[in-house]
Design a protein around this ligand. Sequence first.
Ligand code: ASC
Length: 159
Amino acid sequence: MKRLTRNLLLSLAGAGCIAASVQVAAHLNDKEPMQSYRQSYFTLLAMNFGPIGAMVKGEMPWDDAKVKLFANEMAALGTMDVSRAFAPGTDKGTTRAKPEIWENMDDFSAKLDDMRQAVAALQVAAGSGDRKIIAEATGAAGKSCKSCHDEYKAENYLY
Ligand code: ASC
């Protein structure tokens, strides 16, 4: 009886591990690591930009400390070289990145640079605490996201 309980517990623990690894695989697909990497990167950007946009639009109560924090996180992301996640051959699999990216890599890289500059400017604007300046920089950053999505991202803005 005791052994049966022990075996039951061990097999439940094993099932738990399998369930956990399936969940992890949804975030990092080791068959498509670059696709997972860039999706994670843009998720981080969106999860910081979303609330700033919502505060600027008055959809969320203004919180100056949060605006500064999220803008800092975005600027930190802007220092990362996400272009390596668009390596040749990674236009396949689970991706919304259009093949046009690889056909126009110079233009795509220029747009990534625009994004880096826009998030750096947003960080400076957030530091000023001036809501009008922050709103302008937020609009400019949103435009830079959108200009790339319009040409190079399929379907909805998910990440
Ligand atoms: C976001 C997000 C985007 C951009 C885009 C800006 O917060 O997830 O993809 O802003 O909507 O136009």
